[in-house]
Design a binder for this molecule. Structure first.
Ligand code: NAD
Length: 421
């Protein structure tokens, strides 16, 4: 099929590159001309493992532009993948989505054939039906369900393993407005072996929020258990192994540490809380999930103070700035509140990350960035904040290490303490 992708961030570009690998022809649209230039030169504007190879292997099948009109006329299906970040009050910012929908609809005005719109951006229940559908009809002058098809197809990929997740998902959710749209997506995904879950538009939207807030809750839960375990001198990772073997529970997301960050969990948790407030429903569990996550990274600094009571004037090393390994994404990284706290205390920071330093420099241009991980080890004490593989082979002997991510090899340090162990 001929597919267009609106918004070429982590989700859009991975979606486009993977569908190209599966044989489809892809045109990407973005408002950022730098991204367009890079994609047309087969250079990924983001770091995601394997994406560079996918782009160059499929260069004949992927192109990018800022011009909606020709793209909409010459493709059959359009994936909406623009960002849906948080507003200051935590509620969802739909401005990018509304603008992109409006541009799509204007471009569809002169199209003679049926066109399918697939919402992949994470949006609150009701948004596809009550925000996107009316905009499509208003600006195209056409009828959804007749001239335009509409589906909601949430994305569950994890940054760092996004390509694998996209190509081998646990499930594909298709929320559909009309049968033709559902059948077109069935056809597009027919080579995938996972279950296809077909639902209403708003159930598809809710599945995404329920999944993300559940996973965030699972992490906050095990962090709370980890905090108890630390006090009781119980190994929280032994507890996780014992719990995780229960098939009702499962081992993933039971690694105690300094909490969750990234482009999705924080904003989705916030959006769900804000929306629930609007519809006057309590979200006690989800609010606690968030509260645990706010405190958890600061525990690392509290432990550091036990070993170095006065941080003013000391040099503190930070190993890891990305919100998790194998990405350059620093959105809501747990390193951020830690850096903030250390700066407030007057410490000098020496930080290193294999991929995320350029992004971190945009927010913190004045902290010191080390040329290598081992260079950070010259600091007075070192905090481990991201579980990058290269941090497992460092010479930790003789150092003070406070670990937020359970790097076993760091236990060789002179002084070693973990956030929950
Ligand atoms: N990143 C993830 O791991 C992930 C996983 C699942 C779902 N999601 C959801 O997918 C959506 C996209 O997330 P992301 O991380 O890829 O976002 P991103 O910020 O990396 O990318 C969004 C892109 O959209 C572009 N854009 C903004 N307005 C536009 C417009 N009017 N027309 C064309 N392009 C426009 C931006 O320039 C940017 O390149 C969000 O709703 C997010 O919640 C993200």
């Amino acid at each position: 099929m001929k597919l267009s992708i609106i918004g070429t961030g982590y989700v859009g570009l991975v979606t486009g590159a993977c569908f190209a690998k599966l044989g489809h022809t892809i045109t990407c649209v973005d408002i950022d001309p730098e991204k367009i230039k890079k994609i047309n030169n087969s250079i990924p504007p983001i770091y995601e493992e394997g994406l560079d190879c996918l782009l160059s292997e499929n260069k004949e099948k992927i192109s990018a532009t800022t011009d909606y009109t020709s793209v909409l006329l010459h493709t059959d299906v359009t994936f909406l993948c623009v960002g849906t970040p948080s507003l200051k009050d935590g509620s969802i910012d739909l401005s990018y989505l509304k603008e992109a929908t409006k541009q799509i609809a204007i471009a569809l005005k002169n199209k003679k054939t049926w066109h399918l719109i697939v919402v992949k951006s994470t949006v609150l229940p009701g948004t596809t039906q009550n925000v996107i559908l009316p905009l499509l009809e208003q600006y195209s002058g056409k009828k959804v369900g007749q001239d335009i098809g509409l589906t909601m197809n949430p994305e569950f990929l994890k940054e760092g393993v996004a390509i694998q997740d996209f190509l081998q998902p646990d499930r594909i959710v298709i929320g559909f407005y009309d049968d033709r749209s559902r059948n077109t997506l069935r056809e597009l995904y027919k080579g995938f072996s996972c279950p296809l879950v077909e639902t209403s538009l708003s159930a598809a939207e809710m599945i995404k929020y329920a999944s993300n807030t559940f996973l965030a809750t699972k992490i906050s839960f095990i962090n709370e258990i980890g905090n108890l375990c630390k006090k009781l001198r119980i190994d929280t990772y032994e507890v996780a192994t014992g719990m995780g073997l229960d098939t009702r529970i499962g081992r993933p997301f039971l690694d105690s540490g300094i909490g969750w960050g990234g482009s999705c969990f924080p904003k989705d948790v916030n959006a769900l809380i804000a929306w629930a407030k609007d519809i006057k429903e309590p979200t006690r569990i989800i609010e606690s999930t968030k509260a645990v996550n706010t405190d958890q990274p600061l525990r690392l600094v509290k432990i550091l103070r036990k070993h170095i009571p006065k941080l003013k004037g000391t040099t503190i090393g930070i190993l890891g700035l990305a919100f998790k390994p194998n990405t350059d994404d620093i959105r809501d990284s747990r390193a951020i509140p830690i850096v903030e706290e250390l700066l407030r205390e007057g410490a000098h920071i020496k930080a290193y990350d294999p991929q995320a330093m350029e992004n971190f420099k945009k927010i913190y241009p004045t902290i010191e960035y080390a040329p290598s991980a081992s260079d950070v080890l010259s600091a007075d004490a070192i905090l481990i904040t991201t579980k990058w593989k290269e941090f497992t082979t460092l010479p930790y002997q003789g150092k003070i290490i406070i670990d937020g991510r359970r790097i076993e090899q760091a236990k060789n340090a002179k002084i070693y303490e973990g956030v929950c162990w």
